[in-house]
Design a protein around this ligand. Structure first.
Ligand code: PGA
Length: 240
């Protein structure tokens, strides 16, 4: 049984005090929830505090990016090894905005996925279409797939308020699962979690999460408001 995963992608938002207020309340208000895994994808500068504050809770800390080398002369970049050392649970790689605004390609995303997995981080790999699945997973073993979650984010749906159709998103998720089955095997395909990402809100989340092949959602704008994120967590909890 794949546990639903609901991730707030904070992107480059929140001052320090706002972040503390949000996470303190989130920890308090979700302490009895264990049927849903909750994630917060935050700016690097907040990851250590988030990791400390969410210790022994059901909340996972997610980095929004990491480099493909463990260390080195890469000014302004983040070491995946340092993320792991800090207690970060997941790193998100290949997000639409990284691809669109920072020229990331399937090839760089693949290098990043390999390094982060080798270090021991869990990875959320974002793809805009099912054709990207094979190139971003190149060289990843069946055993490593246990630490991989895929997120499907159609380009027209990110930050636009124009979510994919429910049937369309389920269709792509099913296709992604079939590709995983072809690359690895049926068991791996059955276990891998696939998220939908793009203009998820409290009105459409239930429809997405209750689809057979969609195991959760990544949420941008609708998760910047804590009450709305809590509602989305509640919806995911009731979806299975
Ligand atoms: P959105 O952003 O929910 O505002 O579309 C999602 C994301 O970029 O991960």
């Amino acid at each position: 049984m794949r546990k639903p995963l609901v991730i707030a992608n904070w992107k480059m938002n929140f001052l320090h005090d706002e972040m503390i207020d949000y996470v303190d309340q989130l920890v308090e208000k979700t302490k009895d929830i264990n049927q849903v895994e909750i994630g917060i994808a935050a700016q690097d500068i907040y990851l250590k505090e988030l990791s400390d504050k969410t210790k022994n809770t059901n909340i996972k800390v997610v980095a929004q990016n990491a480099h493909w080398e463990k260390f080195g002369s890469f000014t302004g970049e983040t070491s995946p090894e340092a993320l792991f050392d800090l207690g970060v649970d997941f790193v998100m790689l290949g997000h639409f905005e990284r691809r669109q605004l920072f020229n990331e390609t399937n090839s760089t995303v693949n290098k990043k996925v390999l390094t982060s997995l080798n270090i021991g981080l869990n990875v959320i790999v974002d793809v805009e279409e099912f054709e990207q699945v094979e190139p971003v997973l190149k060289g990843i073993t069946k055993e490593q797939m246990e630490k991989v979650t895929l997120a499907f984010e159609p380009v027209y749906a990110i930050g636009t308020g124009n979510a994919a159709s429910i049937e369309g998103a389920q269709g792509v998720a099913r296709r992604i699962r079939a590709i995983i089955g072809d690359i690895y095997d049926l068991d791996t395909a059955r276990k891998v979690r696939i998220l939908y990402d793009g203009s998820v809100d409290t009105n459409n989340a239930d429809d997405f999460i209750s689809q057979k092949d969609i195991d959760g959602v990544l949420i941008g704008k609708a998760a910047l408001n804590l009450e709305s994120f809590l509602k989305l967590i509640e919806i995911a909890g009731k979806s299975r």
